[in-house]
Design a protein around this ligand. Sequence first.
Ligand code: SF4
Ligand code: SF4
Ligand code: SF4
Length: 276
Amino acid sequence: MKVKEYLPAIMLWLVFEIIAVVLWLALDNIFYLLNFTYIGSAIAIGLILYTRKQKHARNIVQLAVGLYMLLYLGIICRENMQIEGFWYYLFLGVFEAATIHYAVAKIFGPLLFGRGWCGYACWTAMVLDFLPFKKPSSPRKPLGFIRYIVFAVSLIFVGSLFIFKVVNKDEIMWWSFIVGNIIYYVVGIVLAYKFKDNRAFCKYICPITVFLKPMSYFSLMRVKVDSEKCISCGKCEKACPMNVEILNNSRKRKNGTECIQCMQCVEECPKKALKI
Ligand code: SF4
Ligand code: SF4
Ligand code: SF4
């Protein structure tokens, strides 16, 4: 076993552990130590399984993190971790739960690991990735504007609760988490079948990409091609679920901010010309 091969897993685990300890001590709440240790360990184990060529490594991480967040944090602990929850805690001026989750996974984290959240942890994609359309069979549709509408609606919805001084906001947020997730799953599955593309929801509807896309533009972790080794067979781009222009190393490459770090392209390359 070469330790070097496992360095990404070790480094990522350490980053999560630093976050866990800092938040635990800063907020005097051991939940953050347990929460981020669990998530960091699940992701690190997934990376180790991937390095050991386990076929379903990514699905295992998705289920471990996604189910924990959806069932335990969302339904049992009643934390709305969707975008409405982020606005809610932001308007309350509370730096906990959803605001911390967004800061780590969706706003500042992408500077380091891009849209790793989308590839390994999102509970919506956890289900969508089991559908049969893993490789998109047609070009992207010009529907990306829908994400901005959903983003604005979520902000207006939560803002209105405060403007109109609605009582029982906590209860409303819990129900909006339940109803919102049901809508996301239904729309995600319908779109996947309509466009024959598991990730159609991510490409056109998901409001979180309004944060994820600009931040991941600067991501430290990026798939790059070694043009000396590449034989231009095109297998990588055909396999990419997000239609990334992989053979262009520029940050401005087409759909560059859509990369979910799934490593499908790396696996498909017959010349080992792709690496992070
Ligand atoms: S784009 Fe949205 S739905 Fe898709 S994986 Fe990312 S956060 Fe989840
Ligand atoms: S296949 Fe490669 S370029 Fe496409 S999303 Fe996955 S890691 Fe990113
Ligand atoms: S799969 Fe590998 S060899 Fe083929 S085009 Fe992509 S990077 Fe080049």
